[in-house]
Design a protein around this ligand. Structure first.
Ligand SMILES: NC(=O)c1ccc[n+]([C@@H]2O[C@H](COP(=O)([O-])OP(=O)(O)OC[C@H]3O[C@@H](n4cnc5c(N)ncnc54)[C@H](OP(=O)(O)O)[C@@H]3O)[C@@H](O)[C@H]2O)c1
Length: 338
């Protein structure tokens, strides 16, 4: 496998500075195998991607592959390919563990075979969870709308993780503008990042600009438009980023795959994309996108019109009983939906 990999010097990969002063590599490797890719295959990709120059890996307990990824990380460190300090490892607290923060973090550290995480995120801002591999109609009767008191309680446990040295930075994920406003009014530690869905056909401009203004780094998930996302997250009206005519036009000019344009747009706009891949040609091509010829300012401007407000990861499995539809999770009218 390694003979297929054309290494990229990690020193060339740009970084972004978080509100804590920490520097996060401007692109990372996703590790969610959409409940379908074997954990060993994802772990092998992590190992070879680090060999190829990746330094930032986006993990989560709910992806159920942290033990395999931990082994991969241990092996590249033992091989002398990288040191722990050179890596940026993110993980996430799953929704059913909001009242069990320290134990969950310690479990992730044990699985990943690490002494500390660079970044630990609250995966979703509520305690609603679903069974792995569930279908789109699955509903958990215990699900409730977002509750700021619950969130603040969980967040204060996240802050303790930093004090105890288990975690260097903490952040949120899937938080809307309305929820972030409520959170910022109440917490001592401003989230360092908010991980959220971002791709040319789903730009979330209002939230993105609010985060940048609040000194919270956006991390963009599904940056390619998640073509292999779980079936429960697919609908017939979803936009396909790599088929967008502006994305395709720019790809043609640069002589690159449309995926490269999606990633360049992300990095030049200022978010940190975390594309997933288990294919060496693809994940190394994605890393290369961080150092190859940029998109012009005019093209960046033109790409604004590729936004079709097409959310792919709708989260309907997290809905509570009285909720009407998945839109209720996303506070579309600017206030927190109860
Ligand atoms: N915080 C959250 O709630 C949340 C939610 C969703 C995702 N995430 C994170 O974000 C990561 C990325 O999102 P995602 O996995 O949904 O979608 P994505 O990165 O947009 O798309 C991944 C898919 O694109 C394909 N691909 C990757 N590079 C390619 C290339 N250069 N050319 C052609 N195809 C390519 C991959 O197939 P191959 O393997 O064949 O290359 C893979 O199936 C996840 O893995 C996870 O770490 C976080």
């Amino acid at each position: 496998m390694r003979e297929q990999i054309k290494k990229i010097d990690p020193k060339l990969i740009p970084t972004r500075t978080l509100n804590t002063g920490a520097k996060i590599p401007a692109i990372g490797l996703g590790t969610f195998g959409s409940d379908s890719i074997p954990h060993e295959k994802v772990a092998e990709a992590v190992k070879n991607a680090i060999y190829g120059g990746y330094r930032h890996i986006d993990c989560a307990a709910v992806y159920l592959n942290e033990p395999q990824i931990g082994q991969a990380i241990k092996e590249v460190i033992e091989e002398g390919i990288v040191t722990r300090e050179e890596l940026w490892i993110t993980s996430k607290l799953w929704n059913d563990q909001h009242d069990n923060v320290e134990a969950s973090c310690l479990k992730t550290l044990k699985d990943l075979q690490l002494d500390y995480l660079d970044l630990y995120l609250v995966h979703w801002p509520f305690r609603n969870y679903h069974a792995p591999n569930c279908d789109g109609d699955a509903r958990n009767p215990d699900s409730k709308p977002f509750d700021i008191e619950d969130f603040v309680e969980t967040w204060s446990e996240m802050e303790l993780l930093v004090k105890k040295g288990y975690v260097r930075n903490i952040g949120t994920s899937n938080v809307t503008k309305a929820k972030m406003e409520a959170i910022l009014e109440r917490v001592n530690t401003i989230p360092a990042v908010n991980e959220m869905e971002l791709h040319p056909c789903f730009q979330q401009t209002e939230l993105f600009e609010f985060l940048v203004k609040s000194n919270i780094q956006p991390i963009g998930f599904s940056p390619i438009g998640s073509p292999n996302r779980p079936e429960r997250d697919k609908t017939s009206t979803d936009a396909i980023d790599i088929e967008d005519p502006i994305v395709q036009k720019i790809a043609k000019r640069l002589g690159v795959h449309p995926v490269t344009v999606c990633l360049k747009w992300a990095m030049q706009r200022g978010q940190v994309p975390i594309p997933f891949s288990v294919n060496p040609r693809n994940y190394m091509g994605n890393l290369e996108a961080s150092i190859s010829e940029p998109i012009t300012d005019e093209e960046m401007e033109e790409l604004k019109s590729s936004d079709k407000n097409s959310r792919l990861i709708k989260g309907q499995v997290f809905l509570w009983e009285e909720a009407n539809s998945w839109e209720d999770l996303w506070d579309l009218n600017g206030t927190i939906t109860k």
